[in-house]
Design a protein around this ligand. Structure first.
Ligand code: URA
Length: 436
């Protein structure tokens, strides 16, 4: 078999066999098929799509590219949550300790910044000392002790996603339903979760711009995951505006802690509680969503979720004292602001433009070898619906250097629209799709 023939077959719109998919992915992980051929194949998949059978075969091949995490001996229930990618989307950092406080174990395998969206691993690594490259024994013992553990794909666990994820990030091949499905589910099955909650985003800051495409992605995740024996609930949630007020690595960890202290912004808390409620139901801790929400709220009110957040920081090598000493001040010296250009109400804050500007500021990467900056990003001072006066600051901005700041500011300015009348309130959670 030759990689070029597999690429051309997909380019011509034919379905690939399991053997062809295994050949391509296996060769990529083994180093015998180069990046440029896998990039070309990913672009062909982007344009031609995959059948459900191909998507299932790709997911299983990626899963089997390494070993899986054996959670036997650790009491469950094991429930995890994953987002299809958003801007300012830090719900995982709040949900993992919140679920753990309810007695759920969350074995969380996450990714890095992808395209214009942020990555849980990059956020966590902005905590001084925090390690996301856990060995399997470390992952198991932290999960058993703290109720959750946070890790990334490694050379041993889903190496195929580790490579493909980084390649897609810089080759314009992220927004593909089969590639997203296989990327997410290969990680989620490898980590050992029994039940999964997916936050499937739609809107300008999501990979699926409209709700009908997001629904197709949700269906693909639910059906592919159910065929692999998982119980799944997917929520379609709005990503037209960043979630919360912070976009950036350390900034988002700070805001996650605000949430755990009961001071989280309304939109972020709403999405977090809706997802957490489903985790509680899937984990058998609540009879219905309303009860699940109440349990999540009390996990925050009691301080237990916050205690577990700090326990996990210590367990994963983070320096909690240093983290707290940096809170509110860990900001790059290259600072700017975006001001309102008229009087009225903020009508929109385009999440896609803010996410793209974030990459320029240093939150994400332009090339796989780029490092991300911990202390950069955007603080949204005025969310949509809030009144503003001409010249008033809408955002504070921190960049890795002056050139990046100059490049990002025009994009950020164009992300803000102000109207005379207040905009309609956004519907944050549009729909739920569950496996039967
Ligand atoms: N999250 C992932 O893990 N993979 C994707 O492709 C998109 C979001």
């Amino acid at each position: 078999m030759r990689a070029v023939d597999v690429i051309m077959k997909k380019r011509s719109g034919f379905a690939l066999s399991r053997q062809e998919i295994e050949f391509l992915i296996g060769g990529y992980v083994a180093g015998s098929i180069p990046d440029y051929q896998v990039s070309a194949w990913a672009m062909a998949v982007f344009f031609r799509g995959m059948t459900p059978e191909e998507t299932g075969a790709l997911t299983e091949t990626m899963l089997r590219s390494g070993s899986t995490i054996d959670l036997s001996g650790i009491p469950g229930p094991f429930v995890d949550k994953h987002s299809t990618g958003g801007v300012g989307d830090k719900t995982s950092l709040v949900l993992a300790p919140m679920a753990a406080a309810l007695g759920i174990r969350d074995p969380m395998m996450s990714g890095r910044a992808l395209g214009h969206t942020g990555g849980t691993l990059d956020k966590l690594e902005s905590i001084p000392g925090y390690r996301t490259n856990l060995t399997v024994p470390e992952f198991r013992s932290i999960l058993a002790r703290d109720g959750f553990a946070m890790t990334g794909q490694t050379k041993e666990i889903v190496p195929a996603d580790r490579l493909l994820y980084a390649l897609r990030d810089v080759t314009g091949t992220v927004e593909s339903i089969p590639l997203i499905t296989a990327s997410i589910l290969s990680k989620k099955v490898a980590e050992g979760a029994e039940s999964l909650v997916f936050d499937v985003k739609f809107g300008s800051g999501a990979f699926m711009k409209d709700a009908s495409d997001a629904e197709k992605l949700a269906r693909s995740l639910v059906d592919t995951g159910a065929a692999m024996g998982k119980r799944i609930v997917a929520l379609l949630t709005d990503m037209n505006e960043p979630l919360g007020r912070m976009v950036g690595n350390f900034l988002e960890v700070e805001e996650s802690l605000d949430c755990l202290e009961g001071k989280g912004p309304e939109d972020l808390m709403e999405v977090t509680l809706e997802l957490g409620a489903r985790m509680a139901v899937l984990g058998g801790k609540a009879k219905n969503v309303a009860e699940g929400r109440r349990l999540c709220e009390s996990a925050i009110a009691s301080g237990e979720a916050k205690r577990l957040f700090f326990a996990n920081i210590e367990s994963q090598g983070g320096d909690a004292v240093k983290f707290l000493s940096l809170r509110g001040s860990y900001r790059s010296a290259h600072e700017g602001a975006v001001e309102a250009e008229g009087d009225g109400f903020v009508a929109a804050l385009d999440a896609w433009k803010i996410g793209l500007a974030g990459v320029t500021l240093g939150v994400g990467r332009n090339r796989t070898e780029d490092a991300v900056a911990p202390d950069v990003g955007v603080q949204i001072l005025k969310k949509s619906g809030e009144p503003v006066r001409r010249g008033e600051k809408v955002m504070r901005v921190w960049a890795k250097d002056e050139a990046s700041l100059d490049a990002a500011l025009p994009l950020l300015r164009s992300a803000v629209s102000v109207t005379a009348a207040p905009p309609e309130k956004r519907i944050l959670v549009l729909k739920e799709i569950a496996s039967t």
